[in-house]
Design a protein around this ligand. Structure first.
Ligand SMILES: [Mg+2]
Length: 227
């Protein structure tokens, strides 16, 4: 029976896209609004996509209508696979091994807990052949506020696996203090990994259950889960 639940962040944790999302968004901006910006002013790490779009609209003086959001999103989703295909992206050390081990363990379940919109999450993970590991997730499409995403993930985990997970048996794994806060918001344990948007020291300061420089040591990771 599934007893423990792992909830994975995407960018900086499962994959490094080397700025593909930012470049796709920048191109979408040019296509739809004829605005040139590299979007370097945006603080994207650990934020949800809807939050990033809102901040961008505000900063660039674009009217926040539903039509504008819709048009920008469509352009973003069509640019994203092209940017993903450009060289440079990779999965950090150990990710594939851990996802495979977790899949094979009968006591462990895993899902996504990401600020990406579901369509964007799928594009990014399909590119690295990681989408197949996940039956459910909570996404930026559920809420623009990252701390509100946890309950969606728990709800879907219960539905898929037919069990209520004890919050102390839930692990939120991510690369920024925002992921740690999001895990704490649902009373979960948190594993912070310094392969993305924050340094090891910044992660430690956010007081996760555990902080790791990367996930290259599968056994070290499993010891935290099994403790
Ligand atoms: Mg991240």
């Amino acid at each position: 029976m599934k007893r423990k639940l792992l909830l994975w962040d995407i960018d900086g944790t499962l994959v490094r896209t080397q700025g593909a999302g930012q470049r796709a968004l920048s191109q979408a901006l040019k296509i739809i609004f004829n605005i040139d910006s590299d979007l370097e002013f945006l603080d994207m790490a650990g934020r949800t996509d809807p939050y990033i779009f809102q901040e961008m609209f505000r900063a660039l003086g674009i009217t926040r209508t539903e039509q504008n959001f819709h048009d920008l999103l469509e352009a973003y989703f069509s640019c994203l696979p092209v940017e993903m295909a450009k060289a440079g992206g990779y999965t950090p050390p150990g990710i594939l091994q851990i996802l495979e081990v977790v899949r094979q363990r009968t006591d462990l379940a895993q899902g996504l807990l990401t600020g990406n919109l579901e369509r964007g999450a799928k594009i990014k993970l399909v590119h690295f052949d990681l989408w197949r590991f996940f039956e459910f997730g909570a996404y930026g499409s559920d809420s623009s506020i990252r701390n509100e995403l946890g309950p969606y993930a728990l709800q879907r985990a219960s539905k898929v696996h037919g069990v209520e997970f004890d919050r102390r048996n839930v692990f939120v794994i991510g690369d920024t203090p925002h992921d740690v806060a999001c895990g704490k918001a649902i009373g979960a344990r948190t594993i912070a990994v310094a392969t993305g948007g924050a340094t090891y020291e910044e992660l430690l300061a956010s007081e996760p259950t555990a902080a790791l420089k990367d996930l290259g040591d599968t056994q070290a990771f499993l010891r935290i889960i099994d403790a």
